[in-house]
Design a protein around this ligand. Structure first.
Ligand code: GLC
Length: 451
């Protein structure tokens, strides 16, 4: 939904509560805005548009939550449970909307809304790369120690908590983390590759003789490409900024040359030419249709690739750590993740926190793991027997999580990312050489950091 649609939704809610809109018109309008029929009916009930509804006196506080795209149905399921339990008890109702596939598009949507000081969305899912930027712009509400006591926070993974912290204050609650994984077809490859050299050999040995493509990944010009690039770069022991002094640009290095040369070499050989247009989902479609021996993707692809209704490769694949190369000895996943923040312009901050807090509890965190194969932030989930029995990948994530590394951490992250996306993509498309890409990256990143 775009901000205008959220405003239209807000208006429909206000009108039905004031008795100025019939049930039928409310449903027509909300469906036209893009809500599913289930969400429209449950919102109608919460607004008092159904005389049988127990919360139907018009007293419910309605919240709108927009998230990154969720195709597993996990978020909607959790919202439904919240609405039927705590929501009923406390007079709250959450309307959920799954957002666009690209985090870059969600950022644009938020930026437009928040610059206009608009509160048409109350709870915002924000990517782990943005809390500093949102906090510095005063777009989100700080989460206090009283709301979320230190003893409770200590049960969560420290990395995502750090990612939501800016100037010693928490600006979002870490809902789930994310980490790049190497998916491989265990029916075709006896063992997953440990190094990029091995990956090349295995991909070449299987494709195209046994399967259409060797390796699919995210090569389109967008945020996902930055994640794929840093994973190869970090595996070669390269960096973008000096970890001890992030004001220094270190991208123009022999390690980065090895990493980018490696990626460029995949296009049109072990990977299809079209990989330079792939985001997560197109790569997953090729993989799920049984057309790739190896894939780089996030954990969400595990649940969807295990779903017989949509996948041709159920039971035929497994996951492993990202490979390494050069003088590297261990692979590194890029750390991703999504966090729940309260829109600073919303007048319903306390109600938002009620919902966010529910999403941090054991039950919700466990469902994230079981239904969506999202990697939760609550640490106990990784040793929960029920989770391990239902989603065996959780037994393998410990060392992968430990070796995960963030993208550059900076309030100027959007600028840094735009520059990386542009030059890496041009190199992949062979429009510029690897050397030109790295020297341009050095110059442009230095400029961006100095501005
Ligand atoms: C995933 C990650 C997020 C990342 C995005 C890139 O959603 O969780 O951190 O920015 O992918 O496409």
């Amino acid at each position: 939904m775009i901000p205008e649609q959220f405003s239209a939704l807000d208006e429909a809610i206000t009108r039905i509560r004031n008795g100025r809109l019939s049930r039928r018109s409310f449903l027509e309008r909300t469906l036209a805005i893009g809500l599913s029929s289930g969400a429209a009916v449950s919102l109608l009930e919460a607004c008092g548009g159904n005389s049988n509804s127990s919360g139907g006196n018009g007293a419910a506080t309605n919240l709108i939550w927009i998230s990154e795209q969720d195709q597993s149905g996990t978020y909607q399921m959790l919202v439904d449970t919240f609405n039927k339990t705590i929501g009923q008890q406390k007079g709250l109702h959450v309307t959920y909307q799954s957002g666009p596939a690209k985090t870059d598009d969600l950022l644009t949507q938020y930026t437009n809304m928040l610059r206009a000081r608009n509160a048409s969305v109350d709870v915002l899912s924000i990517d782990i790369i943005y809390p500093a930027q949102f906090a510095a712009s005063q777009w989100t509400v700080a989460i206090s120690d009283t709301q979320w006591p230190a003893a409770e926070r200590a049960k969560f993974l420290p990395g995502p908590i750090k990612g939501c912290t800016y100037q010693n204050q928490l600006w979002a609650a870490p809902l789930r983390t994310d980490l790049g994984l190497l998916y491989y077809r265990k029916d075709l490859l006896p063992n997953p590759p440990k190094t990029w050299d091995e990956l090349n050999s295995l991909a070449t040995a299987t494709a195209p003789s046994k399967i259409k493509y060797g390796y699919v990944w995210q090569g389109a010009q967008y945020e996902g490409l930055v994640c794929d690039f840093v994973e190869v770069l970090y595996g070669y022991n390269g960096t973008i900024l000096d970890p001890n002094d992030p004001s220094k640009v270190t991208i123009n290095s022999p390690e980065a040359r090895q990493a980018l040369t490696r990626m460029v070499s995949w296009v049109g050989t072990i990977s299809p030419e079209a990989v330079t247009t792939y985001q997560e989902d197109p790569a997953r479609q090729v993989w799920q249709n049984g057309n790739a021996a190896l894939m780089r993707n996030w954990p969400y692809a595990y649940a969807l690739s295990s779903d017989p209704k949509q996948s041709q490769i159920v039971g035929k694949f497994d996951i492993s750590a990202m490979p390494y190369g050069g003088s590297g000895t261990v692979g590194h996943s890029a750390i991703g993740g999504w966090n729940l923040a309260i829109n600073a312009f919303s007048k319903k901050a306390d109600a938002c926190w009620e919902f966010i807090h529910y999403m941090l509890q054991d039950d919700a965190q466990k469902q994230l793991a079981i239904k969506g194969t999202f990697t939760p932030t609550l640490q106990s989930i990784y040793t929960d027997n029920d989770v391990l029995a239902k989603q065996p990948l959780f037994g393998k994530l410990g060392p992968i999580l430990k070796n995960g590394l963030p993208r550059p951490v900076s309030p100027k992250y959007s600028d840094i990312s735009d520059i990386l996306q542009r030059y890496i993509h041009q190199a992949l498309k062979k429009q510029i050489s690897v050397d030109t890409a790295l020297s341009s990256l050095e110059t442009e990143l230095k400029k961006a950091l100095a501005s």
